[in-house]
Design a protein around this ligand. Sequence first.
Ligand code: PLP
Length: 360
Amino acid sequence: MKRAYNFNAGPSALPLPVLKRAQEELLNFQNTGMSVMELSHRSKEYDAVHNSAKQRLKKLMNIPDTHDVLFLQGGASLQFSMVPMNLLGKDQVANYVLTGSWSEKALKEAKKIGKTHIAASSKEANYTYIPRLEDIQLSENAAYLHITSNNTIFGTQWREFPNLPVDLIADMSSDILSREINVGQFALIYAGAQKNLGPSGVTVVIIRNDLLERIPDNLPTMLDYRTHSSKNSLYNTPPTFAIYMLSLVLEWVEEEGGVKAIEARNKEKAAVVYEAIDASNGFYAPHAEKDSRSLMNVTFRLPNEELTKKFLEEAKEKGFVGLAGHRSVGGCRASIYNAVPLEACEALAEFMNDFYRRFS
Ligand SMILES: Cc1ncc(COP(=O)(O)O)c(C=O)c1O
């Protein structure tokens, strides 16, 4: 069986050992005579899976006891609404840094809930860079400052995070667990699982416990973080199979040497692809400015549409999947999340070098 070189932006590549383990355990999970999907979410077997996913994430990300981990549904997109519903007080202002389409969407939802302010933006430059920390201007009465740590569509990523007297909230959907971060610096982190954590269907929320005290009492039960925090994310039926897959992915990260080792490999992988871009004399034009380049999504353009089409066609024939840029920006994008092996990046770089030699 030949596995594709999978550069999909999400859902995206999963580690092969994880898929094999899931396959082995599919019909008879731990001698229960059934798959994980068929277990009651109140059974002791599922409970162990659920808690192991939570504990492993806490350990791998070094999450302090001040913070809780929640497993929710509705994707990162529902967090665009839940964050302001829960945390934007009546007389407060929600602050957003705009670094791409996802932060725009987050802001759009916050506007429906209360007052908002754009604390910094790179929209005027078509989101080619991350604003400098010193250019972030908070409003009065800021409820929180929201950032998107990695911009999946434009291929930019924050290197350092703002250290301002305000609760920092980050959408880390496309770079959670890809590098070491200080979780204590954030009031809340959220991420859809389908890039670095597992399959789609579960959204991880890491929330500082004291934020729960700010939540108004009139929210629908399922949209109130307290519901999920007080019931260990088992208030209703959780996405059990997705959480099981998450626990297997986390086990795999541990076996690979933890987040530090994953980060080193991610840097090596990204360097290989950016090297092909930089060695092409502008044939592959990167979207992101150099110091804002993402280690997760490498975005670039070829000299014209015809060559882009040819590049994508040839890439497809060679087994590279998912290289077309997001429909809103065009060009090409290679998403090289944790589970994409170095060899896939090397094969892509080799193909890019060869294509450049033939068509430049
Ligand atoms: C940075 C970022 N935020 C949010 C989303 C939306 O996530 P979901 O599809 O889980 O709602 C995505 C999806 O690609 C993303 O990349």
